[in-house]
Design a protein around this ligand. Sequence first.
Ligand SMILES: [Zn+2]
Length: 142
Amino acid sequence: MLITGSCHCGNISFRLNWSPEPAKIPARACTCSFCLKHGGVWTSCPTGELAISLREPAQVSRYSFGTRTAEFLICARCGIVPVVTSLINDHLYAVVSVNAFDEVDPAMILSAPTAFDGEDQAARLARRAQNWIATVSISSGA
Ligand SMILES: [Zn+2]
């Protein structure tokens, strides 16, 4: 299943090839302090392929906090956060926001509140390496 998404103005966009074809898309309404404030609901397909495209990279704000192991890609123009990346052992992983999807039937999305507060940093990185999208590319320009 090919899922496309973007921020509101189109500066940050992505194409996620979800494979094998999903019956449902499990989404995590993250309860960390940042995601609570902007309503972040994330999903990932560990065996999928994600291509992120930044039309104007200078207009992308990269925000980290806490353990500083993840980067939220925030569009500096419209304020939407379509993607989070994490560099683990020189390998780039990512999750995408279901709120930034273009045309996915909302009935396909199964959202559940999720808290990762109790994790130490090693457990957090191990979970991401297992669950996040492991094939990620980022390109810049039109
Ligand atoms: Zn934007």
